[in-house]
Design a protein around this ligand. Sequence first.
Ligand code: NAD
Ligand code: DAU
Length: 362
Amino acid sequence: MAVQDLFRMEQTILITGGAGFIGSNFVLQWMNCERTPVVNLDKLTYAGNPRNLKPLSGNASYIFQQGDICDRELVRRLLERHRPRAIVHFAAESHVDRSIRGPDDFISTNVTGTFSLLEETRAYLSALPAENRSRFRFLHVSTDEVYGSLGLEDPAFCETTPYAPNSPYSASKAAADHLVRAYHHTYGLPTLTTNCSNNYGPFQFPEKLIPLMILNACQAKPLPVYGDGQNVRDWLFVEDHCEAVRTVLAKGKVGETYNIGGYSEKKNLEIVETVCSALDELRPNDPVVPHNNLITFVKDRPGHDRRYAIDARKIHRDLGWKPRETFETGIRKTIQWYLANDEWLQSVTTGAYHQWVATHYS
Ligand code: NAD
Ligand code: DAU
């Protein structure tokens, strides 16, 4: 084997779900900052979009492989062929409302898919020379939702908060987190887990709160707020999340988990009002202005968690990461990105999207 091929293998990372919202931001940031080879394994479900990674076409350091993380044969072949030094595992079914309507895919991808990656990684590592094995990392990207729901006065989730997932989505992510923990504890797999709060930013599929509100407001459609709109989430700009994941990969202690958050708790109604007033300024000629006239309270999400909040002191103290964006700067960038990327929005809001909206909000 040529020396440059060996070098390439020692540098390569395998990303799963790199065509989704956070994954594609991560791949783009990685290629910009780290510039080492990436193999991206993505099934291209409705949430995956290879257009997001168009700037990388022709880049010899970027390889895209369409496929399912549950396909053990495929995962094995990719590990054997590319011999990555790390796996960064983003692939998941990620939408809580879809998990309530149909949990099957969540169990398959989030639980069985993670299990399949862990098993193939275990086999791959057992055949690696000791030096490469000790350098290897399996970074599992998870969510703050595994911790359940907080009351308004409760302290924020920290890494030792007991798990109490409430939706099929969060239960499937919690199951995956536990498998990752067990593979470290039992087999010594060099794992890292991150639990992050709500992301927002470019490339987020417009079924999630912020892009849905931007899209509907521009089209003078109702802005559906669940229940009383007083549920609280912590919001983090996606590029900050990607930077945090890179930091954990580079400096995280094997077997540890790290909470990642934006120090930015907001009520849903506040988020929608913020989007509306930014649009009043940026699009004063829309058919309905002020845009908040479009706010419509709709039936609540079943089992809707009241509040999430993240205590992100550990990653700051131990690894030196904290977010760069405030919510005010991040939301501005996000809205401007959606307004400037109408073509992208059109391409993802196909018939299947309209069918989801029609079924879910009818
Ligand atoms: P997303 O739904 O936008 O993207 C998921 C990606 O995974 C898509 O590209 C999809 O095609 C791919 N995928 C789905 N099933 C697959 C399978 N079986 N095999 C291979 N690829 C598959 O999700 P996201 O919002 O980018 O979230 C990424 C990860 O981050 C998830 O693990 C999620 O739980 C976690 N997370 C998300 C947030 C958030 O606010 N979005 C916050 C914290 C953690
Ligand atoms: O907390 C991290 C999680 O954040 C991630 O693990 C998930 O993958 C991600 O989807 C997100 O989950 P949420 O359920 O918090 O995100 P969503 O954008 O679906 O909803 C945010 C809040 O807004 C939630 O309280 C429900 C509410 N909402 C959502 C939609 C789509 C509405 O009021 N109306 C809506 O139409």
